[in-house]
Design a protein. Sequence first.
Length: 346
Amino acid sequence: MLENIYLIGTALGILISISLMLQAFAIKKANFFIGLITLILSFELLFSWAAHSGYNNMQGHFPIPILLNYLVIPPSIWYFTQYHQDDIFSFRALHLLLYLPAIILTSIELYALFTDFRPSNYAFWPILIDYLPLFGSMAALTHFWVTFVKRSKAKKSTKTWLVHIRVVSMMAALSLISLMWLLFSFIGWQQFYLVELILVTLFFGLSLLNFLENTSFIAPIQKAERNAGFPHYDDQQQLRNLEKTMEEQRLYLTPNLPLKEVAANLGLPQRYISYLINQYHHRNYKEFVNEYRIATFLKKAQSGQEDHKTLLALALESGFSSKSTFNQVFKNRHGKSPSEYLAASG
């Protein structure tokens, strides 16, 4: 009976993780990283099923532990936090370096699988499979909770309550598992069934939240590529209204312009506006708004009529909230700092 619950929980976890990771091709790129974490946790529950069902004792069985690469979790938490909380974060090829330890671990395990090499005989092995992912996860989770609390106090979050609960539930479960992992490693308290209980509860809870949100577990990419559940809207007409409103009312001059304000101005659902921007401008909402701000800044800086003002003053007048945000957004867009770009353009 218990192993059946674990197997069902594993199936739910894998389906949820696939759904989340597929969103890397749509609007919610942050969910790809939480999907990676969910996938590793699903494999953990699968390992528990194998232990309880006797699968591990079968001859020629697939070694499930090779799937349990916990080094994937710390960087995934960190990148999810950056996407979830940082208005200007975008994933770059260089960021893959944080996954280098996970790649090294998988390479060693695959090599050991087909040779007589036994990494457990070496002193570095416990560090690589136990201490590094444990302390990395704790550091990443601390970063998440500190950032989450600060942002909540500032009331900058525009997430729905279902999304809010889903994020908090996942991070709370990871925090509890990390604490138990710490107890297992240094105190010898080995109540592993508690981890299994947390995972089963988490996956069934996430399934319920998905049901309440009326979304399927396997979210086809095509669903995001159509009008996201709003067939009664004329995309081209509403896109023109959005662009006209941004240009004529200059909403982008408001620092930290919330999506809900734009949606209220147009009388459209927030999710539909996100879809329009992603589908037709191939950007997320923040990138879309910042395009107007950069264009306004360049127009001011290159006009010759605002030479008595500093670049920062022009940036703030264009809607940017701070110097660091302006510099980062500008460099991401043009590959140069504002002063370098203006010097090169003459």
